[in-house]
Design a protein around this ligand. Structure first.
Ligand code: GLN
Ligand code: ZN
Length: 760
């Protein structure tokens, strides 16, 4: 018999998930110490239990009513789900004989030559999940959800809200589609029912099933399968379906008919469409989890406006059925602004990380419960801080805004490729199948150390960087590459390096966000108009060029990648911010040309992940993203060869956009794909030059000359000799010199052999 319908007191609060990392990156330290055998299994377990407890307590002390449990994970919650339901590929059989932790980390990170699960981006975030491999039969491998719930209940009691990744999204994330997904969903759902049953028996009432895939493009067949699944789950108990990252308007009519306890809806990303859906009527027996404060970005909410939104929702939903929430899990936010001592004071008071987000929910809940007339002091402080930032003029640079307004078509177009190509050929005088690398060279401990001394002993730092550049240039000459790079020794990170040198950016000290496993990133904050203060890369690159007769390729990061890997202001459109960054990069391109560089590469590693979750929205994005890239590059002289690099090969559906970027040369990842990309390029008659990566730098393997030769021969069957470049598939910073040198030697030798047979 299903539970009675859920109701709570009016305006309770929740979040779909909370950060794992914690102040001081306790999470990272624990994991890495364990992996490096610096702590025992027992100490690790104790450390993790303490951390989980502390995570719960932070939420409790912020008076959150329904606290997520099971969102915490030792690496990734998709992996947790996979293991729970027995999705353990055969290659890990051997590890099943060891401890659960051994199996878990083997699947996450690989072990003893057994490769881990593939990793990819979680929707359009910078969090990575492990792609489940779906076995021929599911089974319940462990009772993790129940264990976690019982552990949490001891600490936070009734507030504990079990969170599961829903079965539909789980299979979608495993990349099943249509009939396969339908079949497997039917098999998986009974196991979900068992898990949910166990949670109900243990006392859980609010059970959250995350189904973010509902905001992506799903087929008719899939939506029918979804409904069937939740009819079955509804027989156990009415769960809450949690969506985020977009609107669910297209599915609303059938979603609201499902036998579920309620629906979590994103009113930040999908605001207009979701609001219209709710205004069409909301079932009186369901909870609306209203995601009204932002889980993806770090700015304070406009509490007055948010309160008005909730009041609007309250016209359609009874008060005790409205739960106030963040738009998505707070996993994507740093922990707390209070750890930041060095941020400019005005920027700092405009910010809101995870803990502060909980504070906002509490303020909203209190204000809504009490009604308008009794606004608290905290409310006043928060709304004043918000207002002060709105009115703060110091972040605007009128020149920059004017420059963006005055962009014309001329600023975003170069002399036609066919016409500029001969100039470049003449200026560069390269052989057919030119060889090059993507930019970075192996990072050594000495280099990292030198970079930390940039401020304290600048002379030492500069000399160390120069030495490194010298070493890298000499090495490339020795190997016989045609187009050299400087190795990027001065860069800690391809985005932060530029952010640190531009106006409008700031960096946190402790603003860590989980990227994958123990790996955390500290995204720069773009708070104001962006301007380049001085040349950012010219010193190192001009020096590098001075060391060789061969062309040195100057390395820059492109506007979309900088945008995508930062926390971005919201008072102007993303496209405008992208144009501002593009103008800064354009200035740098100019300065590099002046300094004598003939080739400039503008990396757009994140171009693809910026694509909206639904195809219908792609065009609008590509339009401004391409414009930004072209704005950054089109100031270059016709003789200057513009390169770009992207870290993936799934171009089938975006090849037109790639061509429209009009980069003379693009290098891409293709070492692992089976020629699908090459076919696409051939069919499209890709007009520009391209270097499909000839070997995989993500593995320590050294490719043989024959391997690379074969790859090149296959490429030349589909592309013409004068458009193919020879390069690895990404930067070499994660490799060791012992692996890299023989690999590049083989690459150069393979290019020579193929050239020779083309002549013959
Ligand atoms: N130029 C960068 C490098 O070589 C590109 C890195 C990337 O694409 N992620 O490291
Ligand atoms: Zn790359």
């Amino acid at each position: 018999m299903p539970n009675a319908n859920l109701t709570f007191s009016p305006f309770t609060t929740t979040v779909p998930g909370y950060p794992r990392v914690a102040t001081g990156r306790v999470y990272k330290t624990l994991l890495e110490h364990f992996w490096n055998h610096r702590i025992s299994v027992d100490d690790f377990q104790t450390g993790i239990n303490d951390l989980v407890q502390e995570r719960l307590q932070v939420q409790l002390s912020n008076q959150l009513d329904h606290i997520p449990v099971g969102d915490f994970s030792l690496y990734d919650h998709v992996l947790d789900t996979a293991i729970q339901f027995g999705c353990i590929p055969e290659r890990f059989d051997h590890f099943k004989r060891g401890t659960a932790l051994e199996l878990y980390f083997a699947m996450a990170r690989g072990k003893d030559g057994v490769p881990p699960l593939e990793m990819t981006k979680w929707f359009d975030t910078n969090y990575h999940y492990l792609v489940p491999e779906i076995p021929s039969a599911f089974y319940l491998h462990e009772a993790k959800a129940l264990d976690q719930y019982q552990f949490a209940k001891e600490i936070i009691g009734e507030r504990a809200k079990p969170v599961l990744l829903g079965p539909f999204s789980f299979l979608k994330l495993a990349r099943l589609s249509d009939q396969d997904l339908v079949d497997r969903l039917q098999e998986l759902v009974p196991l979900y029912c068992q898990v949910i049953q166990s949670l109900v028996e243990a006392g859980a009432s609010y059970i959250q099933l995350d189904e973010p895939s509902l905001v992506t493009d799903i087929s008719e067949t899939e939506s029918v399968a979804f409904q069937t699944a939740y009819h079955q789950i509804g027989k156990v108990t009415p769960v809450i379906i949690q969506t985020y990252f977009g609107d669910i308007a297209r599915h609303y009519n059938w979603l609201k008919e499902l036998p579920i306890g309620g629906l979590g809806v994103d009113f930040v990303r999908g605001k207009a469409a979701n609001l219209t859906a709710i205004q069409s009527g909301f079932p009186s027996d369901k909870i609306l989890v209203a995601g009204v404060v932002d889980g993806r970005n770090i700015w304070r909410s406009d509490l007055n406006e948010t309160q008005a939104l909730v009041k609007e929702l309250a016209q359609y939903v009874s008060l005790e059925r409205i739960v106030l929430s963040s738009s998505c899990s707070l996993l994507h936010l740093p922990e707390t602004v209070s750890s930041e001592d060095k941020l400019p004071a005005d920027v700092k008071s405009a910010l809101c990380f995870a803990q502060e987000r909980l504070g906002e929910l509490r303020l909203l809940s209190n204000a809504l419960q009490k009604g308008n007339d009794s606004v608290s002091e905290d409310w006043n402080l928060a709304t004043k801080a918000f207002q002060a930032w709105q009115e703060n003029q110091s972040r605007f640079i009128p020149d920059v805004q004017q420059r963006v307004e005055s962009i014309t078509d001329k600023d975003t177009s170069r002399l036609a490729y066919a016409q500029r190509r001969p100039f470049q050929d003449q200026a560069l005088n390269l052989p057919p199948l030119p060889t090059t690398t993507i930019g970075s060279f192996p990072q050594t401990p000495e280099l990292r150390k030198a970079r930390t001394q940039r401020e304290s002993s600048p002379e030492f730092y500069e000399q160390a960087i120069k030495n490194e550049i010298q070493k890298v240039v000499a090495l490339q000459e020795d190997i016989g590459l045609d187009v050299l790079v400087h190795g990027e020794p001065e860069r800690n990170d391809m985005v932060q390096f530029f952010g640190d040198q531009m106006q409008g950016f700031t960096t946190t000290e402790e603003g860590w966000v989980q990227s994958y496993g123990s790996r955390c990133v500290r995204p720069p904050i773009i708070y104001g108009d962006v301007a380049r203060l001085q040349p950012m890369t010219v010193k190192e690159l001009a020096y590098a060029q001075s060391l060789t007769q061969k062309p040195m390729k100057g390395m820059l990061t492109g506007p979309i990648t900088i945008l995508q890997w930062s926390f971005v202001r919201e008072d102007i459109a993303r496209s405008q911010v992208a144009y501002q960054i593009a103008i800064a990069i354009r200035g740098e391109v100019h300065d590099l040309e002046e300094a004598g560089l003939k080739i400039i590469q503008i990396d757009e590693a994140a171009f693809r992940e910026g694509l909206p979750l639904r195809k219908g929205d792609w065009q609008a994005y590509s339009d401004w993203a391409i414009k930004a890239f072209r704005l950054a590059t089109s100031g270059a002289k016709p003789t200057t060869q513009i390169h770009t690099h992207m870290c993936y090969s799934e171009f089938e559906d975006m090849i037109e956009a790639i061509a429209a970027m009009d980069a003379d040369v693009i290098s891409i990842e293709d070492a692992r794909s089976d020629g699908a990309l090459l076919e696409t390029l051939k069919e499209f008659q890709y007009p520009l030059q391209i270097g499909p990566g000839v070997y995989d730098i993500h593995s320590p393997n050294v490719p043989t000359v024959e391997f690379i030769e074969n790859k090149l021969q296959a490429t030349l069957k589909r592309l013409s000799l004068n458009q193919v470049w020879v390069n690895p598939d990404c930067g070499l910073k994660t490799r060791k010199y012992e692996e890299m040198i023989p690999s590049l030697k083989n690459l150069v030798e393979a290019a020579k052999r193929v050239r020779a047979c083309q002549k013959a």
